[in-house]
Design a protein around this ligand. Sequence first.
Ligand SMILES: C[S@@+](CC[C@H](N)C(=O)[O-])C[C@H]1O[C@@H](n2cnc3c(N)ncnc32)[C@H](O)[C@@H]1O
Length: 240
Amino acid sequence: MIYFFLIVFLGLLMPTLFPILISIKIVLWVLAGLWLLPFTYMMYLYYNFSVNNKEFQYKIWELVIQKLTWDGQGKALDVGTGAGALAIKLAKKFPESNEYGIDYWGKGWNYSKQQCEENAKLEGVADQIIFQRASASDLPYHDSEFDAIVSNFVYHEVRDTRDKRKLINESLRVLKKGGKFSLHDTFKNKRKYGNTEDLVNQIKEWGIQQVSFIETVEEISMPKLLKSELKTMGLLYGIK
Ligand SMILES: C[S@@+](CC[C@H](N)C(=O)[O-])C[C@H]1O[C@@H](n2cnc3c(N)ncnc32)[C@H](O)[C@@H]1O
């Protein structure tokens, strides 16, 4: 999106370098100036969430792991692992555990299985983690295989399942009775998940013994502008 905004901005400015009517130049300058606003906003978001900035992206990962009340015995699954961040963090925190990271690694994200494996190697936890290509809609595991499940910012991205609640159910299917989960996504987006209280109640009806919901913006201090961008985000965590 950033490239798209940049290309249109430059496309609007380019003709003004040529000898054209001043009135047309002024119109193009105004349009380019207006176009600069969403571009600046996208850059602001990009900077705040970039891994190099070590700010909000890190705080969100920390929150997901902090709310997972797992003792690190057994194996954990990271649904939609991306570049492997959560799986790697869990492996480092719990050296006796094993992690699985699944992802579609499709178009639209600059992530890959190879990148995950290299990251795990760099962090010294390659022996603990297995990365697999799979969809969050249809996990290639038996019921109750895992002791812990984590996921960050994935379900709303999944194209092959419209009903986003089904994705939560599918993740919880592979969790053992008594297993811990910590799932972060745009759970307050009513169009995708419906009413949040109703969502929590439905998860309880699936037989999950403890479910809590917290809003991301209440847990992590951030500038107002970011708050409005992240207002639909929240964390569902608990015990199956
Ligand atoms: C915003 S990224 C989050 C990555 C990672 N969880 C993190 O915290 O850095 C969204 C991820 O969802 C993955 N994804 C999209 N559709 C998926 C699907 N059907 N099954 C599994 N992963 C999917 C994308 O490939 C991408 O890695």
